[in-house]
Design a protein around this ligand. Structure first.
Ligand SMILES: Cc1cc2nc3c(=O)[nH]c(=O)nc-3n(C[C@H](O)[C@H](O)[C@H](O)COP(=O)(O)OP(=O)(O)OC[C@H]3O[C@@H](n4cnc5c(N)ncnc54)[C@H](O)[C@@H]3O)c2cc1C
Length: 393
């Protein structure tokens, strides 16, 4: 197992998810990345240690994610496929809610519950850092990993950046800075990488300080090229004039929005076919085509939009009432979430497992992955093409 294996089984097979794990674990720092504009591929820029190493391929979630094995390690059991767990993963409880703090709500993608839970954990010593995603300083339409250690940094990173972000590079930075209680926020693929590493000795230096994982539900990410294309061609703003960018600026209907260097605000509703529809179609990265995990099934807490829940009706959203749905998957996460609730960081109501049809019917993540990607992946496998192997799923 060497970089050549990673190249053959993941990168050349169109299965790379750009999580950053391979470069972070390489003991001789021989792996770096092509720029986003040219596809973000990991490339060998140093001398690979070769067959006696294999750490990059062992951490990579591109070609293989042993779901059943990891579920047993993490939750003590595999999901019950006779229930909604077949689509949502191991499920302890779920809540629809939002942050109490209006500043958080104004900055969050939906109900800002991710930021509120992280803030509670930071302010109560449960974590000393959170690996979140902020805008790239030079190219604000791209996300970059940020190690947040203050309230201000957490709030500045709130909101969704719908492109591929190498969160494992952020984890590496947090460890290098001496953080000992780290929360990581990531899309399902980032959580897969973490979980693949957590139960194997050689990766402990990188993953041993993770105390909480928050997974974001995810229908797909968008290529850097796609976002840049829409900014230029749909909003008519040249990239060198972009000062700030957000995929979903409030108030409702969320705007795909640029602030230019001369302070003009130019946007278009996020959910219009021209924005979300175009991004999810032609600008989906190849590695997302094989993803079958809609709700970050291996995270401690998994959070997404509450589309379709009565609390998140268009009327409520237009009144500024945004909501996040949280799936709690284990006892540790339940304790942190309930403590944040009791301390007044979040307000929420419980969603019994039987009432989760609003997720499976309406959420773009479930529709894209379970109903869209799954049949295509089965077809690829039947034709002998490389696909991601979710062992025993
Ligand atoms: C690529 C992507 C696709 C998504 N697709 C769906 C979907 O189909 N359906 C759905 O219901 N929800 C989806 N979500 C989740 C949704 O956009 C919100 O993040 C979620 O509802 C939580 O909202 P919030 O207001 O509680 O989060 P906030 O309080 O705004 O916090 C969001 C946190 O996520 C971090 N973050 C932002 N972008 C990234 C990123 N790319 N990688 C890692 N961390 C990041 C932020 O830094 C922040 O810490 C997606 C998110 C992403 C990043």
């Amino acid at each position: 197992m060497a970089f050549a294996t990673l190249y053959q089984n993941t990168i050349a097979a169109n299965l790379c998810v750009e999580c950053g794990a391979c470069a972070a674990v390489c003991p001789v720092k021989a792996i770096s990345y092509l720029p986003h504009e040219t596809g973000s591929d990991p490339v060998l820029t140093g001398k690979c240690v070769g067959a006696k190493c294999g750490l990059c391929y062992g951490a990579c979630p591109g070609a293989e994610v042993p779901m059943a094995e990891l579920e047993k390690h993490l939750f003590g059991r595999e999901r019950d496929c006779r229930t909604i767990e077949k689509q949502l993963g191991v499920f302890k409880s779920a809540y629809v809610g939002r942050a109490f703090d209006p500043e958080l709500i104004s900055r969050g993608a939906s109900g800002a519950v991710v930021t509120a839970v992280l803030l509670y954990a930071l302010e109560h010593g449960i974590i000393d850092a959170a690996v979140v995603t902020g805008p790239d300083r030079e190219k604000p339409w791209l996300g970059r990993p940020v190690v947040a250690v203050t309230r201000e940094q957490l709030i500045n990173a709130a909101g969704s950046k719908y492109n591929s972000v190498r969160q494992i590079a952020g984890l590496e930075e947090a460890v290098a800075r001496g953080c000992k209680k780290i929360a990581v926020v990531g899309t399902p693929c980032v959580i897969h990488a973490i979980r693949k590493m957590q139960f194997k000795d050689p990766y402990q230096k990188l993953v041993q300080y993770i105390t909480l994982t928050i997974g974001l539900w995810c229908s797909t990410r968008f290529t850097a090229h796609g976002t840049a294309f829409l900014i230029q061609n749909r909003l008519g703003v040249p990239l060198d004039e972009v000062k700030d960018f957000t995929y979903r600026a409030k108030p409702w209907p969320d705007q795909f929005q640029v602030t230019t260097k001369d302070n003009r605000v130019v946007g278009e509703p996020w959910l219009s076919l021209n924005i979300a529809g175009r991004l999810t179609g032609p600008f989906k990265p190849a590695g997302c085509e094989d993803c079958l995990d809609a709700t970050a099934e291996l995270a401690d807490l998994s959070m997404g939009d509450s589309w379709g829940h009565p609390l998140a009706s268009p009327e409520e959203l237009s009144r500024g009432n945004f909501y996040t749905t949280t799936i709690i998957r284990n006892e540790k996460a339940a304790k942190i979430f309930q403590a944040a609730r009791q301390a007044g960081y979040i307000a929420c109501q419980s969603v019994p497992q039987a009432d989760t049809t609003f997720i499976t019917r309406n959420n773009g993540a479930v529709i894209t992955k379970i109903h869209g990607n799954a049949p295509k992946v089965r077809l690829k496998a039947r034709r002998g093409l490389p696909t991601r192997n979710y062992t025993a799923r």
